[in-house]
Design a protein around this ligand. Structure first.
Ligand code: PMP
Length: 425
């Protein structure tokens, strides 16, 4: 049957669809930082599949390995049985990522979503400590399943779970729309007081860099303070690296900037290399209290994802990739951020590595951000808005974006923001 624009989606796809409303076209193919729709219009991608395409679309080195694997009749589905590709991935991950960072972690392969990794981490922390309470942060995003949604700040995410969430205490993040907060001082105070109403928790779950919450970067002192609180009160520190990890914030793990070693780490999105599904919990060896089969999932061993992820880890040994990440980081920090701030004194810009947020809260808020995002879309730039009420424009290009394309995308974005400023018509 012939393709018919977007009618079939609007008629048959559930109302739950969301990005299709922000990017109203039908996409057909993509290469690195460029996506084409079916009419042939090219867009620069400053969205990267919400952090899943750090190596760009269809990277040829990874594609070649995937094609060869398919041609070889390599096993595709094996649940969590031992396979050649899973061994290659684990060897490469241990030698290339964990050992150089002196991280003695074991690896749990979860069901394919980030949320499933968060579920596993919360279950494990409760198991290890024998406690139920968890401390999470305002502005956090950890997923939409029952456990991951329960530690997510947004009221609507928790309300949509449909049942009361219990056992989670929220603390303001170190920085946020309301200004700075001494989160560690607050935690020290309530946990030292047996009548504060907050008991020693099983875990503190934190994004070292909050992205969906509006691009807030936790300081090294904040992360070190959380580590000290966990040590003093026997709680596990869970770092959610699902979006900020795998290079996005500049290091392989975003917690590296602070020097802390978490107890549990959730990793997903770009670890799969090619946009293929993979979700991991990394755990300090002594925390592996699981018994066989206690957290399962049919799709917890996608062999194509192992092939792609192993090939992607090779990027970290190539100066062209690591220098590109350093150059992109410098460009966003030293060229883009000052240019965005110069547009208006009330524009705030925050970021780390190759992610930046342009906060329009005080210059028109979410209306201005949405208008700027649709102007970008018309001009061929894909970008999403984030933050508590979508007032922050989130610049998240593939880490492999060519410098000229990065500069051109930034120019489109700056023009779109400028056009919506008061007095610009
Ligand atoms: N944690 C963080 C920090 C995330 O950004 C996300 C996804 N945006 C998740 C967890 C949930 O991942 P998934 O959508 O794959 O369930």
């Amino acid at each position: 049957m012939a393709a018919s624009g977007v009618r079939v989606f609007e008629e048959y796809e559930s109302n739950v669809r969301s990005y299709s409303r922000v990017f109203p076209t039908v996409f057909a193919r993509a290469r690195n930082a460029t996506i084409w729709d079916e009419a042939g219009k090219a867009y620069t991608d400053f969205f990267s599949g919400a952090g899943t395409l750090n190596y760009g679309h269809n990277p040829p080195e990874i594609r070649a390995q995937l094609v060869a694997y398919l041609e070889s009749e390599g096993i595709i589905h094996a649940l969590d049985a031992y396979t050649v590709e899973k061994r290659r991935f684990l060897d490469t991950f241990v030698e290339g990522v964990l050992r150089p960072r002196k991280l003695d972690f074991k690896v749990q392969f979860c069901g394919p979503t980030g949320a499933n990794g968060v579920e596993a981490a919360l279950k494990l922390a409760r198991r290890v400590t024998g406690r139920t309470g968890v401390i999470a942060f305002g502005g956090s995003y950890h997923g939409m399943s029952m456990g991951s949604g329960s530690v997510t700040g947004s009221t609507s995410v928790r309300r949509n779970l449909g049942v009361p969430t219990v056992g989670v205490s929220f603390v303001p993040y170190e920085s946020g729309p309301q200004g700075p907060f001494d989160s560690v001082g607050y935690l020290e105070r309530v946990l030292a007081d047996s009548s504060s109403g907050v008991d020693a928790p099983a875990a503190i779950i934190v994004e070292p860099v909050q992205l969906d919450g509006g691009i807030y970067v936790g300081s090294p002192a904040f992360m070190q303070g959380l580590r000290a609180v966990c040590d003093r009160y026997g709680a596990l520190l869970i770092c959610d690296e699902i979006q900020a990890g795998v290079g996005r914030a500049g290091h392989f793990f975003s917690f590296e900037a602070s020097g802390v070693v978490p107890d549990l780490v959730t990793v997903s999105k770009s670890i799969g290399g090619y946009g293929l599904p993979m979700s991991l919990v990394l755990m300090r060896r002594e925390h592996d209290h699981w018994k066989p089969g206690e957290h399962t999932g049919t799709f917890r061993g996608n062999q194509l994802a192992f092939v792609a992820a192993t090939a992607a880890l090779e990027y970290w040994t190539r100066p062209a990739f690591t220098n590109g990440l350093a150059d992109g980081t410098r460009y966003l920090r030293d060229v883009f951020a000052p240019a965005a701030r110069a547009l208006h004194p009330d524009i705030e810009v925050r970021g780390a590595g190759m992610v930046a947020g342009v906060d329009l809260t005080r210059v028109g808020g979410n209306e201005a951000a949405r208008r700027a995002a649709s102007r970008c879309f018309e001009k061929g730039l894909i970008i999403e808005c984030c933050g508590r009420d979508d007032s922050v424009m989130k610049l998240m290009p593939p880490l492999t974006t060519p410098p000229e394309q990065l500069a051109e995308g930034c120019r489109i974005l700056l023009d779109a923001i400028r056009a919506g400023l008061p007095g610009q018509g």
